[in-house]
Design a protein around this ligand. Sequence first.
Ligand code: ZN
Length: 279
Amino acid sequence: MVRRGLANSITGRQIVRVQVLHPRPVRRHLTGPEDFELQTAGRTFEEPRRRGKYLWLPFTDGDAILAHLGMSGQFRLADADAPLVPNTRITFSFADGEPGLRFIDQRMFGGLSLSPGGAELPPEIAHIGRDPFDPEFDLAGAVARLRLRNTAIKRALLDQQLVSGIGNIYADEALWAARMHYGRPTRTMSRAQAAGVITAATTVMRGALVDGGTSFDALYVDINGSSGYFDRSLAVYGREGQPCLRCGTPIRREPFMNRSSYRCPRCQRAPRRVRGQAR
Ligand SMILES: [Zn+2]
């Protein structure tokens, strides 16, 4: 269930009971599963919000539940007498009756934690950038912060601090579209180049949304995966040895940050040694 659906179904509702069925999804709640149950019961949800791969469920009292969906986490609505689907980890019952809320997570890389004072923005995720589809996303601000970094462009795209939502596939596609090598030092990039890469990443992500016929929330579940739903429209990722769609030069696959990077050796030339002054 995506954020909007969740908002329609839990906003304004008071929790009466929480049951943690598996301790792992609440491992970041250091005082334990029972304390998580006790601390959350009786509180009332406000409208859920999202940043990057995180969703947070604010309470009216200023605290929040922070949810990291990992690879497989999801929320679903269900009546109390409905059978538990496999991998149901946490259930919430509400004072006004049905339906209840369930957190289901097969692989349990993510989980839920109580974030004191986190209703407006949980401090645990304050460093994460907004995604380009967030109404408050600030392109000029992201460009300025990118150019202050002292790192390689692909590393900056992947670390989620400037812009969230860019995984390995989107990064390679965006860099190809912007004709930029993954190792290009961010401090040597012009404002126009930085804006060009971020805009290219946004375009690639939007294309994935259209192709997949899916929501941005759903896309996040697959952020680091190699989900197949837009493989058919990839220009460079996974195309080692095949001709560049722009110039025909065979695409190269190279290791970068312990992953594969794909680039056109002609359109995306390796950066020259730079002396450190910004252009
Ligand atoms: Zn090329």
